[in-house]
Design a protein around this ligand. Structure first.
Ligand SMILES: Cc1cc2nc3c(=O)[nH]c(=O)nc-3n(C[C@H](O)[C@H](O)[C@H](O)COP(=O)(O)O)c2cc1C
Length: 197
């Protein structure tokens, strides 16, 4: 049994190969401003998109994490349900990783850790991005949701009137932190734009 308290339990951040790597970067940067430990896993696909979208390598994200794990290491501590965590987010979540998670595959550390979070009934947030959505992906999203995952689609609202893409990225990173009740200043909540009387 783990001896760590929930307060020092890490949030597991899995970065897979969907478009949306800037959301992962914004999330990690926001978490680095908190006391919350971060356990980071980047898949090979995640690194390919990170390079394409952010000109970064997986090793560049290590500065925002307390522990960095190899996605090919299914024997890592966080592959066991006995290791306490505060939850897990897969951001972005590729259709490939979603399919594996929703069907119980655990052939990588990201997918194994996701299965652990589902079986232990700990929060698991998936941030997929794809369009249009195939029927298969829609079914996989439903399966993941029914299994207990929070599907937080990488779809920002346009009423933000964000002046930059970064504003939309920060909103999505903030929504992930909201699920874990982690305070942040990534976006401000909706305020109706009413003319003054
Ligand atoms: C630049 C780039 C963008 C991609 N965008 C997406 C995407 O938005 N959604 C998706 O499901 N896959 C996307 N892919 C494909 C996945 O990266 C690919 O299926 C990969 O095998 C996923 O591996 P992983 O699930 O282990 O990370 C993209 C690939 C590249 C190189």
């Amino acid at each position: 049994m783990s001896t760590s308290s929930p307060d020092d339990a890490p949030l597991v951040v899995g970065v897979s190969g969907a478009s949306g790597a800037p959301i992962a970067v914004a999330l990690l940067q926001a978490l680095a401003k908190t006391e919350i430990p971060v356990a980071l896993i980047v898949s090979d696909g995640g690194e390919a998109v990170l390079r394409a979208e952010c000109d970064l390598y997986a090793r560049d994200l290590a500065q925002y994490a307390d522990q960095v794990y190899d996605d090919g290491d299914p024997a890592a501590r966080i592959a066991s349900g006995s290791t306490r965590t505060r939850g897990m987010v897969v951001v972005p979540c590729s259709g490939n990783t979603l399919a594996k998670i929703s069907h119980g595959f655990a052939d990588t550390l990201i997918t194994r850790a996701a299965q652990v979070h589902l079986k232990e009934r700990r929060p698991l947030v998936l941030v997929p991005r794809e369009t249009p959505l195939s029927t298969l992906m829609l079914r996989n999203l439903t399966l993941a949701s029914e299994a207990g995952a929070v599907v937080l689609f990488a779809a920002p609202p346009y009423y933000l009137k964000a002046e930059s893409v970064q504003g939309l990225v920060d909103y999505l990173a903030g929504k992930v932190l909201d699920v874990f009740s982690i305070p942040h200043q990534l976006y401000r909540g909706w305020k109706a734009d009413r003319p003054s009387a």
